[in-house]
Ligand binder design. Structure first.
Ligand SMILES: Nc1ncnc2c1ncn2[C@@H]1O[C@H](COP(=O)(O)OP(=O)(O)O)[C@@H](O)[C@H]1O
Ligand SMILES: [Mg+2]
Length: 219
């Protein structure tokens, strides 16, 4: 499924190259999950960006189901991300002028028309407890509800890989726990590979397997 080997990432800086990832290895098979912890600035978001093919690594390899996204051109890569990968960020990043249902459908608007998308969106919103909120705008939702919309949006294309960057970071303890439970329930049902960056010990414990990013490596 997700195979990562010898991944390094450097950013250029006026003082010379800045090594952020110095050799990350990670193997996750279908249905497996890992929580990634580590101090601020340790490269967690950078790692997710490379895993999600939003950024190119300096060296090393990432394959998803044996496919190497780095070999794709920009158009193919956009399609690959859209189909295979779901992203959930700390800040829900919903479109403010679109309803809950429309926000969940956004990833499904890319490419060929998909008549079953709306039925899937309604089912997912039901699963995250938002069936009575389909026509609400994001401004009319609580923080936890917005994150639940973001989860439904990330799963609408039935991705094999779901990447989350501090998905409960902006939520109070009760909403955080509800969002985490939903995320893990859907992960188990859909057998996705799940990578969750978090500062929350409670969320890490729910995910089970935990790795720390230290000195640019996963330990
Ligand atoms: N686009 C970029 N250009 C230069 N440096 C960056 C860039 N993105 C992140 N960094 C640096 O990489 C380091 C790791 O950042 P990040 O991955 O966001 O850490 P974390 O998510 O663990 O807090 C930080 O020191 C940050 O300043
Ligand atoms: Mg970060």
């Amino acid at each position: 499924m997700l195979h990562v080997q010898g991944l390094t990432k450097e950013y250029d800086s006026p003082a010379g190259p800045l090594a952020i990832l110095t050799g990350v290895d990670l193997r996750l098979e279908r249905g497996e999950a890992v929580a990634i912890m580590g101090p601020s600035g340790s490269g967690k978001t950078t790692l997710l960006s490379v895993l999600g093919a939003l950024e190119r690594p300096t060296a090393g390899s990432v394959t998803l189901d044996g496919e190497n996204p780095l070999a794709l051109d920009e158009t193919q890569l956009a399609a690959f991300r859209n189909r295979r990968i779901g992203f959930i960020f700390q800040d829900h990043s919903l479109l403010p002028q679109c309803t809950v249902l429309e926000n969940v459908l956004v990833p499904a608007l890319v490419g060929a028309a998909d008549a079953s998308a709306e039925a899937r969106a309604r089912k997912l919103l039901d699963a995250v407890g938002l069936a009575p909120r389909l026509d609400h705008l994001p401004a009319q939702l609580s923080g936890g509800e917005k994150q639940r919309v973001a989860i439904a949006r990330a799963l609408i294309r039935e991705p094999r890989l779901v990447l989350c960057d501090e998905p409960t970071g902006n939520l109070d303890a009760k909403s955080a726990s509800a969002v985490a439970s939903l995320l893990l329930d859907l992960h188990r049902t859909q057998q996705t590979v799940l990578v969750v960056v978090t500062h929350s010990d409670a969320l890490a414990a729910q995910v089970g397997r935990t790795a720390r990013l230290e000195g640019g490596k996963l330990v």
